[in-house]
Design a protein around this ligand. Structure first.
Ligand SMILES: Nc1ncnc2c1ncn2[C@@H]1O[C@H](COP(=O)(O)OP(=O)(O)O)[C@@H](O)[C@H]1O
Ligand SMILES: [Mg+2]
Length: 374
């Protein structure tokens, strides 16, 4: 059996701003492909003494299976490898590895054998940039601040998420674990991680019908409300959501009323759509998509059944181009901040230069705190 360090070069933890219940996640490089990845390994506290895998271990197999079934969707994080490692330290730096690539069946067959040996399951996933994680981007760094996505981008994200759920539901898969820490957005393309609480259900069952409705509810409450208001659906500032299976099942159960008081300029048609989702009046993704089309038409989108007026189409194109420029501008400001920050901590630069760098950094940070979009 090869050594872990022969197959992966392990780097820093990347999950610290949004810790999960099941896993710790590290940056790593696969020595066989030289590809960077997110190495998601079961927390050692889920290892057992009785030789039986806990459901936390089985959740890794469930996730590998669902990622494989959903792999044709460009909105799902890509699975690169799965297997087991022997290291029992939380941060694995030594020991052995059994790597199965994309062979989920072998991964499943190893569950009991490796549980008995106290080896831990891992998944290697496509590495997504932290700066595109929506919780990381939108979480305020001081009290009283809040960002929301521009409606144009929010509608785009909503439509991509709905498309992803439509594809999942067609295969009897429900996502369920809707929260900003699981969503990556670069202004154009949605990517969704963490499918271990998601489920493959029996076709035609009552549970499937119910859980599909819950998926739509959770999308409206757990993703769309926060991106359009910058607030958490539990009322208050954005914070990481509790993880774990019981929490996934109960997190948004009680939330059937959305408060848009903080965001009065948000399109009232959009508020009504999200409120219908929150109060469980939307039973399927298809119904949600049709409601979304009604809202999108008000924002210059070409949608079925609504003739588009040329002025609106042009205005929307202009808006979109402007948002792209704005994102480039904000990226440049962040890069400038990082450069000055690095310079400011250099040794032997003298007091005058250092205080000038710090003055500029303060101004840049004020600018970033006042930025227009997350
Ligand atoms: N593919 C990835 N690329 C970058 N970061 C990731 C990736 N997968 C997970 N993470 C980070 O690790 C955190 C925990 O991962 P997650 O899959 O949610 O674990 P858990 O199943 O324990 O909830 C995420 O919120 C994210 O910050
Ligand atoms: Mg998670």
């Amino acid at each position: 059996m090869p050594f872990l360090t022969d197959v992966y070069t392990m780097g820093n933890t990347i999950d610290t701003f949004a810790l999960g219940h099941y896993a710790r996640v590290y940056e790593a490089i696969d020595s066989r492909t030289h590809q960077p990845c997110a190495f998601k390994v079961m927390r050692p506290e889920h290892l057992t003494e009785d030789g039986q895998p806990r459901w936390e271990a089985m959740a890794f197999i469930n996730e590998a299976d669902l990622l494989t079934r959903m792999s044709s969707s460009s909105h799902v994080v890509r699975l690169l490898d799965c297997g087991y490692i022997s290291a029992v330290d939380e941060n694995p730096r030594s020991g052995q590895i059994d790597s199965y690539g994309l062979n989920v069946e072998q991964f499943r067959q190893g569950a009991y054998r490796f549980a008995a040996q106290r080896w831990r399951p891992y998944l290697a996933l496509e590495l997504l940039p932290r700066i595109q994680n929506l919780l990381y981007l939108m979480k305020p760094n001081m009290p009283g601040t809040r960002w929301r996505l521009p409606t144009e981008e929010g509608l785009d994200l909503a439509s991509q998420f709905a498309e992803l759920l439509r594809q999942a539901h067609r295969q009897q898969i429900v996502y369920l674990d809707h929260k900003l820490e699981h969503v990556y957005w670069d202004g154009q393309v949605l990517r969704v991680i963490d499918w271990n609480s998601s489920r493959l259900l029996e076709a035609g069952s009552q549970t499937l019908t119910q859980q599909i409705a819950t998926d739509v509810h959770n999308l409206c409450v757990g993703i769309l409300y926060p991106i359009f208001t910058g607030l958490s659906p539990q009322k208050g500032t954005l914070v990481p959501q509790p993880a774990g299976q019981a929490e996934v099942d109960s997190r948004y159960n009680e939330i059937n009323q959305l408060d848009f008081g903080a965001e009065p300029t948000l399109s009232s048609a959009l508020q009504r759509l999200l409120q219908r989702g929150a109060s469980r009046q939307i039973a399927t993704v298809e119904q949600f998509i049709s409601g979304l089309h009604g809202v999108a038409a008000l924002f210059g989108w070409d949608t079925p059944n609504v003739p588009i007026n040329p002025a609106m189409r042009t205005a929307r194109e202009q808006l979109r181009a402007g948002l792209t420029k704005l994102r480039q501008g904000q990226d440049s400001i962040r890069e400038a901040r990082d450069m000055l920050r690095e310079a400011a901590i250099m040794d032997d630069i003298g007091e005058d230069l250092e205080s000038e760098l710090r003055r500029l950094l303060g101004k840049i940070n004020d600018m970033l705190n006042g930025r227009v979009i997350p």
